[in-house]
Ligand binder design. Structure first.
Ligand SMILES: [Zn+2]
Length: 158
C-alpha cells in the first residue's frame, strides 16, 4: 500500500479553492498521488458547482413522491403477476407431463370405470370410481392446466 503523502490535505484544499502556492504546484506536478487527488477534487468541485448553479428549478417533492409510490406499486403488481404466471406455467407443464405419461392408461381407466359403473350396481360402482386417486389427480391436473392455459392467454391479451 502506498504511503499517504504529507501534502495531501494542502493539495486538496488548493484544488478546491484553486489557490496554488508555487511550492505546492511544484510538488503536485512531481507527486503521482497528489496529481490524482487534484483531478478527483477538481471533478467533484465542478459537479457541485454545476448542481448548485442549476438554473432549472427542482420538481415539486410531492410529484416526486407520487411518482415513486406509483413506480413501487407497479413493480409490486408486476412481481405478483409474474409469480401467478409462473405458477400457471408450472401447472400447465405438470398437466402436460401427466397427460403424456398417463394418456394411454387413462383412457382404459376411464373406459373401465364407466363400464363398471354402467354394468355393475351403479351405487356400488360410484364410490370406487370417485375414490381412484389417479383419476382424481389426472382430472384435477387437466382442469388446472386448462384453467392455466385460459388465464395465460387472458393475461397476454390484457
Ligand atoms: Zn504528494
Amino acid at each position: 500500500m502506498r504511503k499517504p503523502c504529507p501534502f495531501e490535505d494542502a493539495v486538496a484544499a488548493a484544488a478546491r479553492s484553486g489557490d496554488w502556492s508555487p511550492e505546492l504546484r511544484a510538488h503536485r506536478d512531481g507527486c503521482l498521488s497528489c496529481a490524482e487527488l487534484t483531478l478527483v477534487v477538481a471533478a467533484l468541485t465542478t459537479d457541485a458547482e454545476l448542481l448548485m448553479g442549476a438554473t432549472r428549478p427542482l420538481p415539486d417533492p410531492k410529484v416526486i413522491w407520487l411518482r415513486a409510490t406509483l413506480a413501487t406499486r407497479e413493480q409490486q403488481l408486476d412481481r405478483a403477476t409474474r409469480a401467478i404466471v409462473w405458477v400457471q406455467r408450472a401447472a400447465l407443464a405438470a398437466a402436460a407431463v401427466v397427460g403424456i405419461a398417463f394418456a394411454p392408461g387413462l383412457w382404459g381407466l376411464v373406459r373401465r370405470t364407466f363400464s363398471e359403473v354402467a354394468l355393475a350396481n351403479p351405487v356400488a360402482g360410484l364410490p370406487r370410481a370417485a375414490g381412484s386417486p389417479l383419476l382424481v389427480l389426472v382430472v384435477s391436473m387437466t382442469i388446472l392446466g386448462a384453467l392455466a392455459l385460459y388465464e395465460l392467454t387472458a393475461v397476454r391479451e390484457g
